[in-house]
Design a protein around this ligand. Sequence first.
Ligand code: NAG
Ligand code: NAG
Length: 180
Amino acid sequence: MMLGRSSIWQKLAAILVVSAFVAVQAEDPYRFYNWNVTYGDISPLGVRQQGILINGQFPGPDLYSVTNDNLIINVFNNLDEPFLLSWNGVQQRKNSYQDGVYGTTCPIPPGKNFTYTLQVKDQIGSFYYFPSLAFHKAAGGYGGIRILSRPKIPVPFPDPAGDFTVLIGDWFTTDHRVYT
Ligand SMILES: *[C@@H]1O[C@H](CO)[C@@H](O)[C@H](O)[C@H]1NC(C)=O
Ligand SMILES: *[C@@H]1O[C@H](CO)[C@@H](O)[C@H](O)[C@H]1NC(C)=O
């Protein structure tokens, strides 16, 4: 009888060890996005001009994430020129070819899509993405990136009462292609 009982405890212990191992092995969460890049009218200086929109928005959608999330962003280039996004501040560990700088990442040809695969590994903070070719950034196509701390690792201050993305850029009332 004693032998039977101890073997049950042994089995339970074995199950606990195995499930702890499985928990450690669990993959970090994934977040999936589809972004459609188009031209559209915006009036940042009160004068209507052609801008670059993402899913019809300027600024582009905020990318919310938590430390270690995998971000899978499928970007459709519906401009009539190549387009490339860079992820400013994302460390891109072992992943520099996803950083969207011309030379390490190919531009997305007009009418095509490309899926960026990023992991915001071991970092927190506020960052931004922007188009890195030509004068695209002068026409929009950028937005905020938030990487929140994991709940397991609390930040040493109370939750903020509000949280806003502030993006600053230079503006001209001419089409971004005038100078390229
Ligand atoms: C992107 O938006 C354009 C213009 O609204 C539309 O014609 C196109 O089908 C959209 N593409 C995708 C992949 O959603
Ligand atoms: C383009 O988008 C399609 C449809 O979502 C997807 O299946 C495909 O993998 C994407 N191609 C690239 C190169 O990201």
